[in-house]
Design a protein around this ligand. Structure first.
Ligand code: PLP
Length: 420
């Protein structure tokens, strides 16, 4: 492979964009080397500026459940484009998308569309605080909920990748409103509520963590969060920006049979365009402006192109429930290829190979991974045309566009990469 065009683009980018990228993990800082610049995608494959071809397991970090350029999404976009790109006024399509979300996700009775996962979580915690009249938020170490000020405490994902403990630029007073507890520990949650129960507005959790690598909830953990929050009058927020429509049509809450009070969505519901959403119980969501006093707004919210892509995605998934069993089978096959000495976590089509021989159940155990070995594996795979997230602390995604042949090739290349 040659990378001269990508190298030249990256050189120029670094002069005018911080780190040369519009989101930190894209810069390959933790694995070394420079990122390929991507020119186009087709199904499960992407092509870089030098026309190198890769099998893509990043899928734009989650949204592309159906792969690149799915025909139904493209045709919905073309139709929407013909009518105009933005009105800043209500449209019929956004009602359809809201209905599709409420229909699919068991706990969502009302939903508001926003433009990103970050906006969704930021708004959800505002609503939780407004509804309960309390200020504290409980989050879990290694969970990422977007770059919301008060949620960047021990936030996994890009911060874990770059070794940034906590970002600069967030006032201490904001951090003081956040309690960060170890994931999968019911005792830690019980103790926090014993000490601060009257002040806790909400517990926000990735029901399956994707942002310290894939870490599933232990048996009974989500049930315990549901029970403890209800007992103390706090809300339970499932951040399903990654897991929504990914680990099941109705998200992790369908898969594990838990009913949170509020849910945040993003990624898959935009079909590859920028969309987020937050929703939940009618009595809570009715407090959002203009029907209630909790303010939240957006110039491009419910954007017609984004809504068209999202609606096409959700309609396809509803009409093709077999997608989920296919994803499950292909991801399982891929994961069975990991050699001894690697801890593999997988839920549905999200998974991570951790370079540690001990089980990974929380942020502490994820951090025991040998990131140097991961980096060498990552580059060995990239050279073999397999495109993974450039960080030990990210999930990989199988899409419906990945074929048996893609999986077979990936398993074969992975075996060589492990040996190397
Ligand atoms: C990606 C992600 C976010 C942030 O979404 P953006 O669209 O990047 O702002 C929030 N929560 C979770 C669980 C995510 O995976």
């Amino acid at each position: 492979m040659t990378h001269s065009k990508s190298e030249e683009l990256f050189r120029r980018a670094q002069e005018i964009i911080p780190g040369g990228v519009n989101s930190p993990v894209r810069a390959y800082r933790s694995v070394g080397g420079n990122p390929p610049f991507i020119a186009r995608g087709e199904g499960s494959h992407i092509f870089d500026a030098d026309d190198n071809e890769y099998i893509d397991y990043v899928g734009s970090w989650g949204p592309l459940l159906l792969g690149h350029r799915h025909p139904e999404i493209l045709s919905a976009l073309e139709k929407a484009l013909a009518n105009g790109t933005s009105f800043g006024a209500p449209t019929g399509q956004e009602v359809e998308l809201a209905a599709a979300i409420c229909d699919a996700v068991p706990s969502i009775e009302m939903v508001r569309l926003v433009n990103s996962g970050t906006e969704a979580t930021m708004s959800a915690i505002r609503v939780a605080r407004g509804f309960t009249g309390r200020d504290l938020i409980v989050k879990f170490e290694g969970c990422y909920h977007g770059h919301v000020d008060s949620l960047l405490v021990k936030a996994g994902s890009g911060l874990a990748t770059l070794g940034i403990a906590d970002t600069q630029g967030v006032p201490k007073a904001f951090c003081d409103t956040t309690l960060a507890l170890p994931y999968n520990s019911t005792d830690a949650v019980e103790q926090a509520f014993r000490e601060h129960g009257q002040q806790i507005a909400a517990v926000i959790v990735e029901p399956v963590v994707g942002n310290m690598g894939c870490v599933p909830p232990q048996t009974g953990y989500l049930e315990a969060l549901r029970e403890i929050t209800a007992r103390h009058g706090a809300l339970l927020i499932f951040d399903e920006v990654m897991t929504g429509f990914r680990v099941a049509f109705g998200g992790a809450q369908e898969r594990f049979g838990i009913r949170p009070d509020l849910t945040t969505l993003g990624k898959v519901i935009g079909g590859g365009l920028p969309v987020g959403a937050y929703g939940g119980r009618r009595d809570i969501m009715s407090r959002v402006a203009p029907s209630g006093p909790i303010y939240q707004a957006g110039t491009l919210s419910g954007n017609p192109l984004a809504v068209a892509a999202g609606l096409a995605m959700l309609r396809h998934l509803k009409a093709h429930p077999e997608v989920y069993s296919q994803l499950e089978a292909r991801a399982a096959k891929l994961c069975s290829s990991a050699p001894a000495g690697i801890a593999v976590n997988r839920v549905g089509s999200m998974f991570t190979f951790f370079f540690t021989d001990r089980p990974v159940t929380d942020y502490e155990s994820a951090k025991r991974s040998d990131t140097g070995r991961f980096g060498r594996f990552f580059h060995a795979m990239l050279e073999r045309g397999i495109y993974l997230a450039p960080s030990q602390f990210e999930a990989a995604f199988v899409s419906a566009a990945h074929t048996e042949e893609d999986i077979r090739k990936t398993v074969a290349e992975a075996q060589e990469a492990f040996n190397a």
